[in-house]
Ligand binder design. Structure first.
Ligand code: KIV
Ligand code: NA
Length: 264
């Protein structure tokens, strides 16, 4: 069997060729991503992207574990990282360990990801010192959109930069092996990337980061409206809709099933 990419291998990619990361939520999509990416993230974005939730707040631990199991079955080489959902880790380091250990043992994934900087440092240290690799996530943190009042690009005000850099350093010092930096201005992404020795993986955070991640469905054109930082590398949504329309017409005019699809 192919050996999975390890935590030290990802950590060692600081300043090296960019880390390629994408989300996946299902086995067949994970299999496609596995051939091209070093990191597959089972993001809690799955709540909005495939479950129709209004935000990531309603995503549960059981949903993350179920999709994490599917992604592990579909992949062989990439490191699979699973998001800790809202409410599963914020209460205490002990709560975080209890739930992160469920994710790790029930899925076999390589790491968990959780949102927050300095405020989560104790929790990250508690997990990493007990054998659970943690990927951090700072900048725009979608699980805080209720308190922040929406999805806001971070670092527009230069006065906030030191606090953002301090958050990244706190995550690094707590033992995280890499850090997602989301929705920040380019000079702040640059400062954060230079301030820490673990690789930064950017989303809406410029090319200054040590790697990039996007939501797979967004970049395939399978989601509706996407943020400006998304480049659509494919346009699968309209093509899927056309295929469905063609099927409906073929059923109605009895051209499907035809001779090729019929057992005689
Ligand atoms: O949930 C998610 O997909 C994420 C990435 C976009 C970083 O957290
Ligand atoms: Na997420």
């Amino acid at each position: 069997p192919v050996k999975r990419i390890t935590v030290p291998q990802i950590a060692a990619r600081k300043g090296d060729t960019p880390i390629v990361a994408l989300t996946a939520y299902t086995a067949p999509m994970a299999a496609m991503v596995d051939a091209h990416a070093e990191v597959i993230l089972v993001g809690d974005s799955l709540g909005m992207v495939i479950h129709g939730l209004p935000s990531t707040i309603g995503v549960t631990l059981d949903m993350m574990i179920l999709h994490g199991q599917a992604v592990m079955r579909g992949s062989a080489r990439a490191m699979v990282v699973i998001d800790m959902p809202f409410g599963s880790y914020e209460e205490s380091p002990q709560q975080a360990f209890r739930n992160a250990s469920r994710i790790m043992s029930e899925t076999g994934a390589g790491a968990v990801k959780l949102e927050g900087g300095a405020r989560m440092a104790d929790t990250i240290a508690f997990l990493t010192s007990r054998g659970i690799p943690v990927m951090g996530h700072v900048g725009l943190t979608p699980q805080s959109t209720l308190t922040m009042g929406g999805f806001r690009t971070q670092g527009r005000d230069q006065a906030t930069w030191p606090a953002h850099v301090a958050d990244a350093q706190a995550v690094e010092q707590a033992g995280a092996f890499s850090l997602v930096v989301e929705g920040v201005m380019e000079p702040l992404a640059d400062q954060i990337t230079q301030a820490i020795a673990i690789p930064t993986i950017g989303i809406g955070a410029s090319a200054r980061c040590d790697g990039q991640i996007l939501v797979l469905d967004d970049m395939l054109g399978l989601s509706g409206r996407v943020p400006r930082f998304v480049q659509k590398f494919g346009d699968l949504g309209p093509r899927a809709e056309q295929a469905i329309a063609d099927y409906a017409r073929a059923v109605r005019d009895r051209s499907f099933p035809g001779p090729d699809q019929t057992y005689r």
